[in-house]
Design a binder for this molecule. Structure first.
Ligand SMILES: Cc1cc2nc3c(=O)[nH]c(=O)nc-3n(C[C@H](O)[C@H](O)[C@H](O)COP(=O)(O)OP(=O)(O)OC[C@H]3O[C@@H](n4cnc5c(N)ncnc54)[C@H](O)[C@@H]3O)c2cc1C
Length: 333
């Protein structure tokens, strides 16, 4: 990210390369991780504005409703919202559902606590699904036909290139080809790539339908057209499975807002709790990035536990003439 020349990639997908190793590192140290559990509400004691505390978490899980009482030295860090909240999945012959009713619970916790203090933010500022949605898709390719063509067309071996954006496409479609295999347990001679469209209510250039209404195969047809591989269309369709995924909050962190819409990582007087994720206020930092959530967590952990280590500074691309010039060129292209 520091050169804006591309994106640094892990060997496998982020779940296998980052989440799973961290999870087993934590499990080895006896951390109690509850899967399939949702925090549905949090009790606060805010009677002293200089000593505000979380006192209890309310959970809903496989065993029904439970609570966790916090002792004086316990700390709660709460991730508010999620880019992937209410993701709807389609298939080769099905368009994904656009879920509008905040059903999977990733926003419900913030909804539940927002009214408990003036400085806990306003989640509803980020709920305009029609402004924020976009759609992604993954291809599962049996055989190298499409993969090798894309490598030749782009000049990049899988994993070596950044995003490939068809900038004149009506859906503003992009694809990324990761290192293969992307999943450690991919079946032999099976490959994958990921793509997305931003203008999903527009009709395509090769498919006369808005992307949001397209099945996986129709999205693949549009992609093949954008790539100019129509001569191989039949073979590609026969050997590729497509999973379209509708993301109602994909760009909700860029929504118009006022400062009070996002709470601080550590609200004034918070002594044993912090807010994390893409919807907390960290002035000058760049949302959407994993770094943003990591920065929040560093602020929270370092300040609540008195860790005396420097927090890496925020990268300011526009202060670097070469990057600023590149950005300007792209903006006016
Ligand atoms: C398609 C796509 C592509 C992306 N590409 C990039 C990229 O190239 N580079 C980059 O830097 N970033 C990228 N991002 C963004 C990046 O994935 C996010 O910024 C990052 O995952 C945010 O991490 P997080 O821990 O704050 O939240 P999340 O990863 O959203 O995790 C929050 C977790 O909390 C859980 N949760 C929520 N509410 C509750 C609750 N009440 N109780 C229990 N659990 C709950 C959710 O289920 C979720 O598992 C991309 C995102 C998407 C969707």
């Amino acid at each position: 990210m520091h050169t804006l020349a591309g994106v640094r990639r892990t060997k496998y997908n982020q779940y296998d390369s980052i989440a799973r190793p961290i999870q087993s590192w934590l499990a080895d140290r006896g951390v109690d991780v509850r899967f399939g559990a949702r925090v549905v509400d949090v009790d606060f004691d805010q009677s002293d504005p200089n000593d505000r505390r979380v006192t209890r978490l309310h959970l809903r899980g496989r065993d029904g409703e439970t609570t966790i009482a916090l002792a004086r030295d316990d700390v709660a860090m709460l991730t508010l919202g999620s880019i992937a909240a209410d993701a709807g999945f389609g298939g080769n012959d099905a368009a994904p559902e656009l879920i509008r009713d905040r059903r999977d619970g990733a926003w419900a916790l913030w909804d539940a606590i927002a009214g408990k203090a003036d400085d806990f933010g306003r989640p509803h500022a980020f709920y305009n699904v029609d402004e924020n949605k976009w759609e992604s898709f993954t291809l599962t390719m049996r055989g190298r036909a499409l993969l090798d063509r894309i490598a030749k067309f782009s000049g990049n071996a899988p994993g070596a290139g950044a995003l490939m954006t068809f900038f004149q496409s009506k859906w503003l479609m992009s694809i990324v080809v990761p290192y293969q295999p992307h999943f450690p347990d991919m079946p032999p001679d099976t490959y994958t790539l990921w793509g997305y469209g931003l203008f999903i209510d527009e009709k395509g250039d090769y498919v006369d339908k808005p992307m949001a209404q397209c099945t996986g195969r129709e999205i693949l047809r549009e992609l093949v057209g954008q790539l100019g591989f129509d001569d191989a269309l039949e073979e590609i369709i026969a050997t590729t499975d497509v999973t379209p995924v509708m993301l109602p909050y994909a760009s909700a962190m860029f929504a118009r807002r006022i400062a009070e819409d996002r709470p601080l990582v550590l609200p004034e007087g918070a002594r044993n709790f912090a807010f994390l994720g893409q919807w907390v206020e960290m002035p000058e930092d760049v949302v959407y990035t994993v770094e943003y959530s990591v920065h929040c967590a560093m602020h929270a952990v370092y300040r609540l536990f008195g860790v005396e280590k420097p927090i890496p500074p925020i990268y300011r691309g526009l202060a670097e003439p070469k990057v600023a010039l590149g950005a300007l060129r792209s903006a006016y292209r």
